[in-house]
Design a protein around this ligand. Structure first.
Ligand SMILES: [Mg+2]
Length: 399
């Protein structure tokens, strides 16, 4: 085709079609952000519990509400939120459909991904509400309408040695129909072995069992723990060491018969690059409210897919993070084959009213699965009374 050929659909020549001054600037705006509010929420735990590194005495989350000139409010949850003014400069007056462009500007402006996560999630909630579609459709469409769940609990209460309460809790999860459970270890190889043996005995041979050491170890002590628990058919071993210790992951994976998992605290696409591209673990676990929201998590999942690493999101927060994680996990691809490994949703079983009460309709497991919301946006309605009840600080910026 020469440059003088006229295109039949536009009636323009090739030169006219592609000359920059022939292209009209993009001006279509569906709505504009007029207000952004941050809520710091804290829930006091009645019976504190520990993993290998920290006692949980409160559950704290940072919620973001973004409102537009159409009167729609989108909800998000981030981590380590700065003053709202830091976020507002990238959002006020903009159309939520420019979410990726806003994210780029925020990143260039030094806004950490963990803080931006809340805004990105709220903007996706707004886009979905504006067009009357669930977020999973904005991401390309769900490949599952229900997701298999694993009960995430079995923390330390007082004694490091396994107690009757640990076995009782594990047995209750199996009886409730969970196809998988995750327990805390990282207390030394001998105690890890005793705790895992107690839980395996309580859940029987058919329930998948994952263990989580929360970065308690170095390579040598992690390998001792791996060898101590392997006879109990462990499905995955999570965070034996911090996710930045790539060489240690290689060493541990070489010694471990089970799959390694990790990455829940990493922020931004770049932070996942080496962990994933070096294939030193089998499962990567981005947290949507830490890694950078839907925009970053979709890129991280693509990076993982290209390297043959499975993505199973981490979920530890309020009902807003839970809803966002469901929307995202709904679109994550299964592996090849007729019988792929299950996509397991982290169903936090610990005491936390911010997860159980902040949505007007709580998310519940049924028959070992949880439904992906089909309502517009994130598919949840925030209970404003509960939001107010647990808010310890808030600030707002308006256009
Ligand atoms: Mg973990």
């Amino acid at each position: 085709m020469n440059n003088g050929t006229v295109y039949s659909d536009t009636g323009k020549t090739r030169d006219q079609q592609f000359r920059p001054d022939a292209i009209a600037p993009y001006t279509s705006t569906l709505m504009k952000v007029t207000r952004i509010q941050r809520y710091q929420l804290s829930y006091p735990i009645e019976r504190p519990y520990a993993n290998s590194c920290v006692w949980n005495r409160t559950r704290d989350v940072a919620v973001i509400a973004v409102t537009t000139d159409r009167g729609i409010t989108g909800w998000g949850e981030g981590s380590r939120l700065p003053q709202t003014s830091v976020l507002a400069q990238h959002v006020l007056g903009r159309d939520p459909f420019d979410v990726a462009a806003m994210g780029r500007a925020a990143q260039t402006g030094g806004c950490p991904p963990a803080a931006w996560s809340g805004v990105d999630i709220a903007l996706y909630d707004l886009m979905g509400q504006a067009v009357g579609r669930p977020v999973h459709q904005l991401l390309g469409g769900a490949v599952r309408d229900r997701i298999a769940v694993y009960a995430s609990g079995l923390f330390l209460d007082d004694a490091r040695q396994p107690t009757g309460a640990l076995a009782q809790e594990a047995g209750a999860y199996a009886a409730a129909g969970f196809p998988a459970v995750k327990m805390k270890i990282g207390f030394g190889a001998r105690i890890d072995a005793a705790r895992v043996a107690a839980v395996r005995a309580a859940i029987g041979p058919d329930v998948l069992l994952a263990v989580d050491a929360n970065c308690a170890y170095d390579a040598a002590t992690a390998i001792a723990s791996v060898r101590a628990v392997e006879e109990h058919d462990v499905y995955w071993y999570e965070e034996p060491v911090p996710p930045t210790e790539i060489q240690a992951y290689h060493q541990i994976q070489a010694a471990a018969p089970m799959q390694l998992a990790g990455g829940e605290a990493l922020e931004g696409l770049g932070a996942f690059r080496d962990l994933v591209s070096e294939r030193c673990l089998a499962i990567v676990q981005p947290d949507i409210s830490i890694a950078g929201g839907f925009s970053a998590c979709q890129k991280i999942a693509a990076l993982a897919e290209a390297h043959g690493v499975r993505t199973l999101p981490h979920m530890w927060g309020s009902a807003i993070r839970l809803a966002a994680t469901l929307q995202w996990q709904a679109v994550l691809p299964d592996g090849p084959g007729l019988f792929p490994e299950p996509s397991l949703f982290e169903f936090d079983m610990t005491e936390n009213a911010l997860r159980t009460d902040l949505a007007k309709e709580p998310f519940q497991q049924q028959g070992g699965t949880v439904a992906v919301p089909d309502a517009p946006g994130l598919g949840l309605e925030v209970n404003l009374k509960v939001l107010e009840q647990y808010t310890v600080a808030t600030d707002v910026v308006q256009a």
